[in-house]
Write a protein that binds this ligand. Structure first.
Ligand SMILES: *[C@@H]1O[C@H](CO)[C@@H](O)[C@H](O)[C@H]1NC(C)=O
Ligand SMILES: *[C@@H]1O[C@H](CO)[C@@H](O)[C@H](O)[C@H]1NC(C)=O
Ligand SMILES: *[C@@H]1O[C@H](CO)[C@@H](O)[C@H](O)[C@H]1NC(C)=O
Length: 487
């Protein structure tokens, strides 16, 4: 149970910040499923990447770091991370069977996304080279179902590891975007009827059940949520739907973004009821099909920071602990993407946080959040297939802007229920919440970093060792730091 922050507690915390802070304490369950906390099954690769539709060929043919950044996670977990290809430009794209190019478009400025584009069969062939699971997003906005069915057939034949097809991206915005399908009345129930109709027609045309990733809205549930879509489905439609997806960009400044209570409350209030409805009514998966820190490619002073990296880690794990199967972090226009984990020339800080989350999840079958999500201090534990605890991740989400004006506070985390007489740990750290990998600030995970342009790991791997006495150990974690403890 985490400490409750009271006014007195906050005062004590301020005084204690100079010295040792009262410890928060968490008991490691000796087996998954025991005790009061909730356990969620964990996907073999719960942290994924979303590529903006038009930019996908560029990421895969022209950005050297892409393959290595994905391979680093495969090396940690044994499973290639899942990818999704889609976004706003999927609803601007038309399939052209006659083009030999991946994508055809023109933009006034390389920083822009195209207003319209075509793609050829090679686009899907390229997606088929990826050894991990692939979700492909196709166009519904243009209301040209014959073109979408032609594209879906190529996706099914070319994308070896095709997990699902999306029919439209964030359809609640179709009227604003002037999309033909929404030229009449457009609201959640009209969209739901359209999703049902298209799922049946595309699913039957490609001859595959469990093939559609439905939903894909950005506006929050329940208005734009899976529960209302499920209510519109009959048995013919639901056989084609593999799972449900939602998008989310929490936004805010760095301090708010990295706040653990904020992230916990966002995930709980936005998604807990919709996830529960999907599980109870269909037993299917729920994913965050597209997400990142701030919408529209990110915010220049927020999305590339270490604070955003800490958010990435905490958000992926909180979502997993709420039963969300996979979280796909969006990557937009190459060279104009504040929240990207990597680019053509430099690494982004968020890759560090995402990698810490992947390292906690590696090889695990289930996860539990040990904290109530009501203060700044988080603790997650993962368990193996037999239910034995594997690792814990401890996170101090207090903000630290650096600059030396104020001392950096530290929080003690005590873990009980430990076995053996010592544990090893890897620290995720940086000089401040505002540190940036793309500005040459030191950020490290277990003493290591990833090289600009290639995403090859650099530096010596460093483990800390902490003594365990009577099943108990205490860890000092500075403001804006996390520690991965190997149990
Ligand atoms: C790769 O980048 C070069 C310039 O940086 C560009 O001319 C080319 O079109 C890009 N290729 C793809 C597939 O995006
Ligand atoms: C479900 O609805 C579709 C029309 O949207 C219809 O073609 C189909 O027959 C219905 N299936 C069942 C089982 O009622
Ligand atoms: C990575 O690239 C950025 C941007 O050019 C630079 O500031 C930083 O020093 C580089 N980092 C390393 C480790 O070379």
């Amino acid at each position: 149970m985490a400490r409750k922050i009271t006014r007195l507690g906050a005062l004590c915390a301020a005084i204690a910040a100079q010295g040792a802070e009262a410890a928060v304490s968490f008991a490691i369950p000796n087996k998954a499923g025991t005790g009061a906390q909730l356990y969620a099954p964990l996907d073999p690769a719960p942290v994924g990447i979303s590529f903006e539709f038009f930019a996908f060929p560029s990421y895969f043919t022209n950005v050297t770091a892409t393959k290595q950044c994905l391979a680093n996670w495969k090396d940690l977990t044994g499973v290639w991370p899942p990818i999704r290809i889609g976004g706003t430009t999927q609803d601007r794209a038309s399939y052209d069977s006659s083009t030999s190019a991946y994508v055809v478009y023109s933009v006034a400025n390389p920083a822009d996304a195209p207003a319209t584009l075509t793609f050829g069969p090679k686009f899907m062939t390229l997606a088929g080279t990826y050894p991990g699971s692939v979700v492909v997003g196709l166009n519904r906005g243009k209301n040209n179902i014959d073109n979408t069915i032609a594209a879906a057939k190529v996706a099914v034949s070319e994308v070896t590891n095709l997990l699902a097809i999306e029919l439209g991206n964030e359809p609640e915005y179709y009227p604003k975007d002037g999309q033909p399908i929404a030229s009449g009345t457009w609201n959640p129930s009209v969209d739901a009827a359209s999703q049902v109709d298209w799922s049946i027609r595309v699913g039957s045309a490609v001859g595959k059940r469990n093939i559609i990733q439905a939903g894909n809205w950005n506006q929050p549930p329940p208005e734009w949520g899976a529960a209302q879509l499920i209510a519109s489905e009959n048995a013919t439609a639901s056989q084609y739907i593999r799972h449900y997806a939602h998008h989310n960009y929490p936004g805010g400044d760095v301090q708010k973004l990295q706040s653990h209570s904020q992230t916990s409350s966002n995930v709980r209030s936005m998604f807990a009821a919709d996830v529960a409805a999907v599980k109870q009514q269909t037993g299917k998966e729920y994913v965050l099909g597209e997400t990142n820190s701030v919408s529209g490619g990110g915010a220049a002073n927020v999305s590339p920071t270490f604070g955003a990296a800490l958010w990435t880690m905490d958000y992926a794990l909180r979502a997993a602990a709420h039963g969300i199967s996979r979280v796909y972090f969006h990557h937009g226009t190459v060279g104009n993407c504040q929240y990207c984990f990597w680019g053509r020339y430099s690494m982004g800080a968020p890759y560090y946080g995402a990698t810490a989350a992947v390292a906690l999840a590696a090889g695990a079958s289930s996860i539990a959040a040990l904290d109530a999500g009501t203060d700044g201090y988080a603790a997650y534990v993962t368990f193996d297939a037999a239910g034995a605890p594997l690792r814990a991740l401890l996170y101090n989400s207090d903000y630290y802007a650096g600059g030396g004006a104020e001392p950096r506070s530290s929080q003690q985390f005590t873990l009980t229920g430990l076995r053996g007489d010592r544990v090893r740990a890897k620290r995720l750290t940086a000089a401040s919440s505002l540190s940036r990998a793309d500005r040459g600030n030191d950020i490290s995970f277990g003493g290591q970093y990833w090289v600009n342009g290639t995403c090859v790991v650099g530096g010596e791997e460093v483990f800390e060792t902490v003594e365990v006495a009577g099943g108990r150990a205490t860890f000092d974690i500075k403001a804006a730091e996390a520690l991965l403890v190997y149990l």
